[in-house]
Design a protein around this ligand. Structure first.
Ligand SMILES: [Zn+2]
Length: 269
């Protein structure tokens, strides 16, 4: 499932070639997404120009100088730009023809992704209240405040999109390793200094993952259809039984709120 670094990589690869282009036409596939595309959106979008492309949490936000087109990749969504000769594929749900003939396609085999066309004032409610971990508001004090009174583990808290937006199982495992904190630690027992380490670890892991173009575990691709390579640099994720890259102790696996957690019993306390 794409997490923040994969979504940020899509945004960066699309931004270069999409800003300033006009949406000439929009074609919608027959098969419906789980949250269906509204027929009225085609007329709202046609003829608009792309002003900017932003990201908030896992939402891709395309400013069309009036309405915004929001895209959430769900589990298997891909938003890619290709030349006019791109052959139609199974699971293409929305195809936007640009004024230069290129095609911006939303493809999603499992159909958990979401697209929405919204007025600017409705965008905030759709993208949610969770702090973006690359935003300025994600500070040690803000994270410390989120951990108070929480009976959950720090891992569950970091994955709760209503509190921190954009992190999933892969990166939370990697962040907790870098911070030296076990996934099961009670959030409420973290000190401010632990939260400072977590914020630093979060920014470090995300920056490295974005530099590597994200992690391609199954079918993730960036805006040009290219895979990412950060999975080769994972320290703990999916490495149960393998030696810790820092201290050689075997990495352990444990299920926490239904998701596999990976940690080094020596480096993480
Ligand atoms: Zn270790």
């Amino acid at each position: 499932m794409p997490e923040l670094p994969e979504v940020e990589t899509v945004v960066r690869t699309l931004r270069q070639s999409l800003v300033g282009r006009r949406l000439a036409n929009i074609r919608v596939g027959r098969k419906r997404l789980r949250v269906p595309w509204s027929v009225a959106w085609v007329d709202l979008l046609r003829g608009r120009s792309v002003g900017a492309i932003e990201r908030r949490g896992k939402w891709i936000m395309i400013d069309l100088q009036g309405p915004w087109l929001l895209v959430h990749l769900g589990m298997t969504g891909r938003l890619t730009l290709a030349g006019p000769d791109r052959a139609r594929e199974r699971h293409d749900h929305v195809i936007v023809e640009l004024d230069d003939g290129r095609l911006l396609t939303y493809n999603d085999p499992r159909r958990f992704g979401r697209l929405a066309v919204l007025e600017p004032e409705a965008v905030g409610a759709e993208t949610g209240a969770g702090l973006d971990p690359l935003g300025e508001a994600f500070t040690p004090a803000a994270l410390f405040a989120l951990t108070r009174e929480r009976r959950t583990s720090i891992k569950a808290l970091l994955m709760d999109q209503r509190r921190v937006a954009g992190l999933g199982n892969i990166y939370v495992n990697e962040i907790l390793f870098r911070a030296g904190i076990r996934p099961r630690r009670r959030a409420a027992r973290l000190r401010l200094v632990d939260c400072a380490r977590l914020v630093r670890a979060t920014r470090g892991v995300l920056a490295a993952a974005i530099r590597a173009g994200g992690s391609s575990i199954s079918d993730y691709r960036d805006g040009r259809g290219q895979p990412g390579w950060f999975q080769l640099r994972h320290q703990v994720y999916d490495r149960a039984g393998s030696p810790c890259r820092r201290c050689a102790t075997p990495i352990r696996a444990q299920v926490i709120v239904g998701r596999s957690s990976f940690y080094c019993p020596r480096c993480q306390t």
